[in-house]
Write a protein that binds this ligand. Structure first.
Ligand code: HEC
Length: 162
């Protein structure tokens, strides 16, 4: 092989070598970490909630069901959630039933509570987000648990605590 045909070959090999060396010195920047999965909406997955029989003490009924994550419930320790309205149904219940926008079927505050838990989409408390209150409580709370919840909540108002 003549010297004339070898020289360009050497140049090409050297150039390639240099390029490769530069690449390994300067590895492409790793992609930025994905945004942290913190959602502005509180999520409560059904798997996180055990069945509530209604034989538990009232505090346990609420805490097992996860209501305190989103609601203030008077008399229930740690129940100071702010996602949904404070559960002062002795005060707010009559307001909901009298609301011209109310489309549910309840005639009493007790029934309004039951309805709100079983069919939250029927009426959205004004000023609070729709599609946030879980829709699967009918499968988690026994009729007894739901009765106790409603009986408890209909007695809680802005001035009463028990
Ligand atoms: C993930 C958050 C979340 C959880 C958990 C949750 N709620 Fe709610 N709830 C809401 C939101 C938001 C609203 C207001 C919008 C609406 O009416 O659906 C609401 C509305 C209500 C209302 C109507 C209140 C009113 O002022 O009209 C009642 C009653 C209620 N929830 C009871 C409960 C009970 C009892 C539990 C537990 C068994 C519970 N919620 C669990 C978010 C939640």
């Amino acid at each position: 092989m003549s010297e004339r045909s070898i020289t360009p070959l050497i140049v090409v090999v050297l150039l390639l070598g240099t390029l490769l060396a530069l690449r390994s010195l300067n590895p492409p920047a790793s992609p930025p970490p994905p945004p942290s999965p913190v959602s502005p909406v509180t999520v409560l997955a059904p798997e996180m909630v055990p069945l509530v029989t209604g034989n538990e003490p009232i505090t346990e009924i609420f805490t097992r069901a996860g209501c305190p994550v989103c609601h203030l419930v008077p008399g229930i320790p740690g129940a100071d959630g702010r996602v949904g309205p404070p559960l002062l149904l002795a005060t707010t219940g009559p307001m909901r039933l009298a609301d011209p926008a109310y489309r549910g079927h309840a005639k009493t505050v007790h029934d309004y509570v039951v309805e709100s838990v079983l069919e939250p989409g029927l009426f959205i408390a004004p000023g609070y987000p729709a599609d946030t209150m879980p829709t699967w409580y009918g499968a988690k709370l026994s009729a007894r648990a739901l009765e106790k919840i409603a009986s408890y909540l209909e007695r809680q108002g802005e001035t009463t605590t028990q």
